[in-house]
Each structure stands twice: as structure tokens, then as C-alpha cells.
Write a protein that binds this ligand. Structure first.
Ligand code: AKG
Length: 280
């Protein structure tokens, strides 16, 4: 158990403004067409509603709840706004104090089943053109009122793989996710620009002044909805001041032929700022 190592500094007010909300979605993974796969290549993301059914949502929620209430794991990160009392919170308060758990599937078969969803894997295989392998699994919780932002970033800036590895993220909403409680926001097509410098500021993130706010779109999702996204897509989530909880699962899959690099040297040479005469 730990506290979120990043503080609770508020982001600039304009950072999560958006020009549009993507309210439409493909209904279910089996409905994904070849045109949808081409759209993913062009836009860097795909929105699927009814990706998992009510029973699967409830099963994943129960898995997360049980895991959050365990006191014998070290995979739980609390919101820093909760303060030092985090370890002793009563159960119900604890459920609305956790920001992140990683990993999750080693602890719970229900969460493992969510990551091994055959319909999800089939769509990712079509995107990648080869067999996907799970490379990271986590739960991302946005507690009511205190859920902190996830500043704009590219997931590849966190992964030690060659920068052209076609890693795909799957973000699955277990509660309704809307702008007010911290849904995903993306910059369509931004993956085509390649790696962007990241800075340690409120997080490991793209510099606020570099975010193309005017191009950003919000991706609200109903419970059971899924956002599939390219690992170089610029994305982030705003803080929540809502009274509504926002729980989500996030899985990343790599092409089976791509192997992890032994350390972060290559990643930092691309995404890091040392020696690059850049300012933020
Ligand atoms: O769910 C969130 O708040 C942020 C998700 C995200 O973009 C990430 O962790 O990479």
C-alpha cells in the first residue's frame, strides 16, 4: 500500500476543455468491421459500447472490491488527498480512496477473465495483425470528489519496448464515465506524430503547453464500454469533483513477436528531456 506519489496540484483550467464528445460506439466487439479497423489506424482509437455484459461488469466490480479491501497486498495506491490515514480507513471509505491498483490479475480470477476476454483479444489481433500478449494490467479508480487527473501523456513513454511496437490499450468502464467524473480524453490522430517529450511535473506527462487542447475530444462511456487506443495516442483524464465513482480496468497488449527491452535507456533517450535543450 502506498499514497499516490504525485501531489494534488490543480491542472490549468483549460487543459481538459474539449471540442466534441464521442457518444457513438460500435455495439459489441463482434460488430467491429474492417472499416472500423482502418478507422483505428487513422484515429488511433475505437469506441465499443456493450463490450462486456452486465454479469461481467458485476464480476469485475466484485473482484476489484475484494482486492481493495485486502490488507495483505502491496499493489494498492491511494489518492494523496486521503492523507496519511489511508492505511486505517474503514472498508466503505477505502473503496472511495483508492486511485490505482497494479497488477490485479495475479490476485483474482474474475479480473484475469476480463483480461482474457476472447472477443476483445480477437479485435486486438485484427488491429495488430498478430497474436496479442498481455503486457500490463491495472485498475484505475477515480474516487468521488477527490479523484485526481491523469495528465496528458502517451502510454509508450511508460513502456520499455521499441517505439514502433504496436501496443494497444483497452480501457474498460465499470461505471458510467463522463467528463465530470474523469472520462478519457484523446487527441484523434496524435499517434501519427510519434513519440513526444515527457516531463516529471504533476505526473510523467506531456508539457501542459504542448497539449493540443483545441483538438481534444471527450470519450464518455456507459458501464461495460471500452476504449481501444494506440500506445502513442495523446490522452488524459480530468480530475473528478463529481459525487459519482468512476472505476475502470486497463489492459495493455503487445504483439507476440515484440519483446521488452532490458532497461529504460532507450525509452528515456526518446521520451526524456536530458540533453535536448527543451523547456517546459
Ligand atoms: O483512468 C485514468 O484516469 C487514466 C488512464 C490512463 O490514461 C493511463 O493510466 O494511462
Amino acid at each position: 500500500m502506498s499514497l499516490d506519489k504525485y501531489g494534488i496540484e490543480a491542472p490549468p483550467a483549460h487543459l481538459y476543455q474539449f471540442s466534441q464528445q464521442i457518444t457513438a460506439g460500435i455495439s459489441g466487439f463482434p460488430a467491429v468491421t474492417d472499416a472500423d479497423i482502418s478507422n483505428f489506424e487513422a484515429l488511433g482509437f475505437m469506441v465499443i459500447h456493450n463490450a462486456i455484459d452486465r454479469a461481467a461488469i458485476e464480476s469485475a466490480r466484485a473482484g476489484l472490491r475484494d482486492l481493495m479491501l485486502r490488507r495483505d497486498t502491496d499493489n494498492i495506491m491511494f489518492e494523496s488527498a486521503v492523507g496519511q490515514a489511508y492505511a486505517d480507513l474503514p472498508d466503505e471509505e477505502r473503496l472511495d480512496s483508492v486511485r490505482k491498483m497494479m497488477p490485479i490479475i495475479p490476485y483474482d480470477n474474475r479480473l484475469q477473465a476480463a483480461a482474457e476476454n476472447a472477443e476483445l483479444l480477437a479485435v486486438i489481433e485484427r488491429i495488430m495483425g498478430e497474436t496479442p500478449v498481455l503486457s500490463q494490467d491495472m485498475a484505475l479508480l477515480k474516487p468521488p470528489r477527490i479523484g485526481r487527473e491523469k495528465p496528458w501523456h502517451q502510454d509508450m513513454a511508460y513502456f520499455d519496448f521499441p517505439a514502433d511496437a504496436a501496443i494497444v490499450g483497452a480501457w474498460i468502464a465499470l461505471d458510467e464515465a463522463i467528463p465530470e467524473n474523469g472520462c478519457m480524453m484523446v487527441i484523434p490522430g496524435s499517434h501519427h506524430s510519434g513519440p513526444t517529450l515527457h516531463w516529471t511535473r504533476r505526473d510523467w506527462q506531456i508539457c501542459d503547453t504542448e497539449v493540443q487542447v483545441g483538438r481534444s475530444v471527450a470519450v464518455p462511456l456507459p458501464p461495460g464500454g471500452c476504449l481501444l487506443f494506440h500506445c502513442l495516442l495523446h490522452h488524459g483524464t480530468p480530475p473528478s469533483r463529481s459525487t459519482r465513482r468512476r472505476w475502470a480496468l486497463q489492459f495493455h497488449y503487445r504483439p507476440g513477436s515484440v519483446t521488452p527491452l532490458p532497461n529504460s535507456d532507450y525509452r528515456m533517450s526518446i521520451f526524456g528531456t536530458d540533453g535536448k535543450d527543451a523547456a517546459c
